[in-house]
Design a protein around this ligand. Structure first.
Ligand SMILES: *[C@@H]1O[C@H](CO)[C@@H](O)[C@H](O)[C@H]1NC(C)=O
Ligand SMILES: *[C@@H]1O[C@H](CO)[C@@H](O)[C@H](O)[C@H]1NC(C)=O
Length: 378
């Protein structure tokens, strides 16, 4: 066993409080007392290819844990081979991203292509912005707090689940408006993604055919443009999520719960991102999700991750120091709310490193937008 594997093994077995300075970080990754989970996680950290010998066992645990059943034996065998390939990928990710924990997740029976098609959904476009987009003014950054988390201030709703639908963009946009609405009214209201999925067909002004299109993807800035023109979003409970995009638009103007005043894009600069986060609330961001299919917890800080953005998420805060045992130093990180349910990642959250040395890893600072809500009183 080499040094790296030893360290990553110890990451799994150490007392949780040793691993991370922040309580929130340590929660699901390491302190579960579920022995199945422990077995599953060790899979990627033992040396050599031994883990594949146990693939049968791990696949059984996986099927039980996530209540998976397959229609035919043929389908079952196919999923098992995909699962084995994902065990190898998790192991590769663990080596490339040692400060996070990678292993079996609820997506372990999906090929990378199936995963991209069904669980991401950020449309890559030439970045021509909607007509009403502003450029966010440059804010002072000298007095930024070392740690900040909008969850501590009541601006973030619970983790949602986009299901098998490439609608991440709608969750990112609705989450940003939920935060902005909270800042302007003091009320936290869960907003409707399904309204965006069904009704928002807003298009890129320059690129023909590049439009928000339900489960086939979209973009947060065009979702803000739609919301501005439509008048606002309904509540989640009034227009609930189905994760399907074949239905008609059922938007009812009389039920608008939050409205956009204006929206802006933030320059690619992590201090500006932090300053805007604190001033304006949670931010809609694009990210490269390459390491997220196998992510279990910790701070993701891969050695290699391109800036090809394919997923929309919500930036809700940042921390100054999560202790990364492998690198033997503390790493600053962003706190990212995802939309894959609370049974993924760190209770539904993803932590990705920030700081000048992390060089905008996975493009996390590249496509950041902020929205302001109209102050309404009822
Ligand atoms: C640990 O197990 C106990 C008893 O089965 C359970 O009540 C508790 O919620 C578990 N804790 C965690 C962190 O899973
Ligand atoms: C955006 O809207 C907010 C709230 O109504 C307002 O305070 C702010 O000045 C607006 N920004 C721009 C660029 O218009």
């Amino acid at each position: 066993m080499d040094r790296l594997s030893l360290f990553s093994l110890s990451l799994l077995l150490l007392i949780p409080s040793l691993c991370f300075a922040d309580e929130k970080l340590s929660s699901s990754a390491v302190d579960s007392n579920d022995s199945d989970d422990l077995l599953i996680r060790q899979v990627v950290s033992d040396g050599g290819d031994d883990h594949l010998l146990n693939a049968d066992h791990h696949f059984s645990l996986f099927k039980r844990k996530y209540a998976k059943s397959y229609a035919t034996q043929e389908e079952h065998d196919h999923r098992f081979s995909v699962f084995k390939a994902n065990l190898r990928r998790s192991k590769a990710h663990q080596l490339l991203d040692p400060s996070a924990v990678h292993g079996v997740t609820k997506f372990s029976d999906l090929t990378p292509a199936e995963f991209r098609r069904n669980y991401l959904g950020l449309k890559q476009r030439r970045l021509k912005l909607p007509a009403d987009a502003h450029k966010a003014p440059i804010l002072p950054t000298n007095d930024l707090p070392a740690d900040f988390d909008w969850r501590d201030h009541g601006a973030v709703t619970g983790v949602k689940d986009q299901g098998s639908c490439g609608s991440c963009w709608s969750f990112s946009a609705a989450g940003a408006l939920e935060g902005a609405h909270f800042l302007s009214t003091g009320e936290l209201v869960s907003l409707s993604e399904q309204q965006l999925v069904d009704c928002d067909h807003e298009c890129d002004p320059e690129e023909y055919g590049a439009c928000d299109s339900g489960c086939s993807g979209g973009l947060m800035t065009t979702a803000f443009e739609y919301t501005l023109k439509a008048g606002g979003l309904e509540k989640e409970e009034d227009y609930p999520y189905t994760g399907r995009d074949r239905g008609p638009c059922k938007f009812d103007k009389s039920k608008i719960a939050a409205s956009v005043s204006n929206f802006s894009v933030i320059s690619v600069d992590e201090d500006q991102v932090a300053a805007n986060l604190i001033k304006n609330g949670p931010l809609a961001v694009g990210i490269n999700a390459a390491y997220m299919q196998t992510y279990i917890g910790g701070v993701s800080c891969p050695y290699i991750c391109s800036k090809h953005l394919d997923h929309g998420v919500l930036l809700v805060g940042y921390g100054s120091a999560a202790f990364a045992p492998i690198r033997l130093k503390k790493k600053p990180y962003w706190i990212v709310k995802n939309s894959w349910g609370a049974n993924w990642g760190e209770n539904g959250y993803y932590y990705i490193c920030r700081g000048p040395k992390s060089h905008n890893v996975c493009g996390v600072d590249s496509m950041v937008s902020t929205v302001a809500a109209i102050h309404t009183t009822k």
